[in-house]
Ligand binder design. Sequence first.
Ligand code: SF4
Ligand code: SF4
Length: 375
Amino acid sequence: MAATDLARTLVSWAVEEGFDRAGIAPLRPSDYAEAFLAWLERGEHANLGYLERRSEERLDPRNLFEGAASALCVAQQYHPAGADPDPPDGMLGKVARYARGSDYHDTMKARLLRLADRIREAYPEALTRAYVDTGPVLERELAARAGIGSFGKNTNLLHPEAGSWFFLGEIFLNLELAPEGAAIAELCGSCTRCLEACPTGALPAPYRLDANRCISYWTIEHRGWLPEEARSMIGDWLFGCDICQEVCPLNDGAYVPAAAEFAPDDRRAALTLADLLELSRDDYVEAFRGSPMKRAKLEGLQRNAAVVLGNLGNREAIPVLKRALTHPESVVRGHAAWALGRLGGPESKLALVEALAAESDGRVRCDIEAAIVAV
Ligand code: SF4
Ligand code: SF4
C-alpha cells in the first residue's frame, strides 16, 4: 500500500477506535531542541528529573527503537469545548478538569494498544510502541506536526474547534508513512489572556512555563512539605489548575463532545475538603480507584486539602483542622497547623499551643510555632 493510503487507513482506524482526532508525523529531530535544553538549563522543569533523562530519544524519536520512522498521533477530548461546569466553592477544592473522571493513562493506553494490535495484525512487519504521557517524547511537537493542534502561549496545544481540553497519545511505528493532517496555523495572535491570568507568574513569557511557579506542579508532582510561598500560591486548587485554559478564547468554541469516561466521578465530586482530610486509607483506595488524582497519593491530597482550607478562609474548617493536628502523617499535621494559623482566632491558637506540647517531629513543631506567631 502506498505511504499516503496507509497513513489514511491508520488515521481512520484511530477514529474508529474512539479517538477524536488523529494524524501522522514522520519522525525527525526536534525543532525545539535548543529551547528545550535552555528550559532545563534554567531549571524551569522544577525537580522533574525524568525530563533530564533520555534526551537522545526525546530530541530525536527515531532513537526510540531501531527503524522507528513515523508516529500515529491521537487526541482525546476530556472536557467539552464551550461547556464550563465549574465545581462548587465553599468547602470543596477545585480539581483540574482532566482529573475529574477516569485516568487517561489507562483508558487511552487501552485504546492505543487495541489499535496497535490491529495494525500489527494487518501489517505483520509493523513494530509498534504506544505512549500516553509516559515515554521520552515531546508529544505536543509531534501532535502539532500531525495537524492535531498548534502551540498556544500557555504551552498547551490548541485546536480551532476543540480548544485545549484534550489528551495526546501516540503509536510509534517502523512504517514509512506520508504526513497526514494539515498543520494548524498559530492561533493566539495578539491575545495574552493566559499570561495575564496565571496567578503565580508561571508563564513568564509566551510559550514558556516555569514549573517552579505552577500550581499544577505543586499540587500534583511535589512530594512532602510545600514551601511557604507555594501554600498561598495554590489558592483553592486541590489538584492541578485550569486557569490558563479557562481564560483561553479557544475554549469558548463550539460544543465538542468528550468521552463519557472523563465525566466527573460522582463519589469523588461529593467529597468535601474536610471529608478528604479524614479519609481512611481503605476509603481512599475505594474512592480513588482508576483516578489520575492518585498521583498525588493520599497524604499529598490531604496536605493540599489542609492548605486549601487555610486559603479559603472559612472558619467552619477549624474543627477538622484541629483534628488533623493528630494525623498520623507529619506532613498533614504540619500543613493543618499552617492552615489554622491562616484562619486565626483563639480556638485555633489554643489548639496549636496544645499540639506543640504534644508534637515531637521537629518539622511539624516549626510549622506549629510559625502558625502560633501568625494567629
Ligand atoms: Fe499558571 Fe495555573 Fe496555568 Fe500553571 S496551570 S501556568 S499556575 S494558570
Ligand atoms: Fe493563546 Fe490567548 Fe489562549 Fe493564551 S489565552 S493560549 S494567548 S489564545
